[in-house]
Design a protein around this ligand. Structure first.
Ligand code: GDP
Length: 132
């Protein structure tokens, strides 16, 4: 059964003009892009999106980073989209990311890690509703 997930291209990747390459990889991996928009998160928006991390020491710098420039939000669709997109992204720390993953290719650091993808089907629904 087809499934949807929420993908973001983060400000570091946009600043480096990687958005075209990332979208190309997503399409090559078999995802359909059902919706896409470019936006600039407000501080309030970034805080709400990452509210689950509000007790973490990286929360404030994460909000600062995510509001530092424009992002691209996309609804991706394919069979097993949530898990398959997490696999295409690679882990949070790009130093631990496998060859061929988006974070291995395009991320700088654990914070400035180029892309986001929902971590469960439930969160995918919530995150899609947040942006679309
Ligand atoms: P994700 O699902 O792989 O994006 O990771 P999380 O949901 O755990 O964290 C959300 C985002 O917060 C990550 O993508 C990073 O941008 C940032 N982040 C997470 N963990 C750390 C950390 O230990 N240090 C820093 N600086 N940033 C982090």
């Amino acid at each position: 059964m087809k499934e949807q997930t929420l993908a973001l291209i983060k400000p570091d990747a946009i600043a480096k003009r990687y958005q075209g390459l990332i979208i190309h990889e997503i399409l090559e991996a078999g995802f359909e892009i059902k919706a896409m928009k470019m936006l600039h998160l407000t501080e309030e928006g970034a805080k709400a999106f990452y509210a689950v991390h509000k007790e973490k020491e990286f929360y404030e710098p994460l909000v600062e980073f995510m509001t530092s420039g424009s992002i691209i939000a996309m609804i991706l669709e394919k069979e097993n989209a949530v898990a398959d997109y997490r696999e295409l992204m690679g882990p949070t720390d790009p130093g631990a990311a496998a060859e061929g993953t988006l974070r291995r290719k395009f991320a700088e650091t654990t914070r400035r890690n180029a892309v986001h993808g929902s971590d469960s089907p439930d969160n995918a629904k919530k995150e899609i509703a947040f942006f679309f």
